[in-house]
Design a protein around this ligand. Sequence first.
Ligand code: NAD
Length: 434
Amino acid sequence: MPFKFDVYDRSVYREPAPLDRDDPFRSMMERFDIAAEILELNPGFYEYLCRPTRTHITSIPVVMDTGHIKVFEGYRVIHNNVLGPSKGGIRYAPDVSMNEVKALAAWMTWKCAVVDVPFGGAKGGVVCNPREMSPGELERLTRRYTADLIDVFGPDKDIPAPDMNTNEQIMAWILDTYSMHSRRTENAVVTGKPVGLGGSKGRQEATGRGVMTVTLAAMDRLDLTPDDCTVAVQGFGNVGSIAAQLLQESGCTVVAVSDVTGGYYREDGLDIAAMRTYVQNHDGTLDGYDQAESLTNEELLTLDCDILVPAAKEDQIDAEIARNIDARIIVEGANGPTMPDADDILNEKGVLVIPDILANAGGVTVSYFEWVQDRQGYFWTEESVRDRLEQMMRTAFERVYETAEEHDVSLRIGAYVMGIRKVAEALRIRGIYA
Ligand code: NAD
């Protein structure tokens, strides 16, 4: 296709880059600092572990359907690879920033260490609005981003996965582009790909299933039974809708859910299966669903219920909301939904918060299973995936719980202590290469 241009878009270099609205990296570091002090982490290790090992920024030219060239900014951050190849999703969003990608990459390092999978942490992002792009434009963007990072990615080096606004199809394009360059099919270079290309059974539901497993484990610890528990879930996408469905199947009453269109409440329990079907038939949202009362986002978060599952996005629970939260257990399906100043309030109130780096680690755990199956060339049954996932999530929950008790800290700090200790110990044994 011939290239076209009308005018130079000088704003790309004249306008200063927008400032980050929030600071997820600082939010990660505030927790890191507390754990580092508990561990009396060597100051040199501290400095090394709070910095990403490598950051990549790439300008991705894409020929749009109009024939014009548009240049997108892409990131890949390898936070750490001391425990193994780095692992982490790729996010396509108009507001994705290097700061956010750095924080998410670090969270992946601690998350992999907490659930004991032999990976380091990474994350990628491309500043774009996929809703305004055609499938062809998205394919060209994905393939060029992959080609730009061809020396970074690899089954033994760095393994991407889906994240916000990226999916199985995008993983398939990454697999294909990488394979074309390496002259052989390398299906272990990405996870979260279609089952027909070496994806794992059970990957799609893995994060929601992990959320359910740790929620039931927490209930056991607090002597609660699912039949007596009410649940509210913020976010009705992959994580939230599956967690809601599985918790309901476990006996809980899911009284409220929300998505970007608002909250939906029913005192005697919502019909989650019907709501999931509704979403599939209505452009991915609950807009117009009329079998429930409506709620605001804040009302959902502060609802009188036993279990609250924030499964939408970052920074949803601030100090003010935390003060009004009524739930006994919060299970962080999303990454970073609770702001650092809300943590202390929730602790003082005795709310048990199962932190993101534990609660939503089911996704990376089954990604690990997928990578193992690809490398073995031998694929497991869905039942086997579920059993192993449940076992790993239960074990991780109990270990985090015990670490938190040992140091008399929250589960969040317990999880950071566990993750950082594991990576620091590997670093100590490996030594610093000179
Ligand atoms: P998704 O895009 O499938 O769903 C997000 C949901 O949140 C949608 O229903 C959307 O309408 C809703 N939402 C957005 N803004 C909202 C708001 N302000 N109030 C209420 N609802 C809102 O995304 P997902 O894959 O389910 O991921 C959700 C979160 O879980 C993200 O933080 C993601 O990083 C994290 N996570 C996902 C996975 C995974 O395997 N999908 C794994 C680990 C962590």
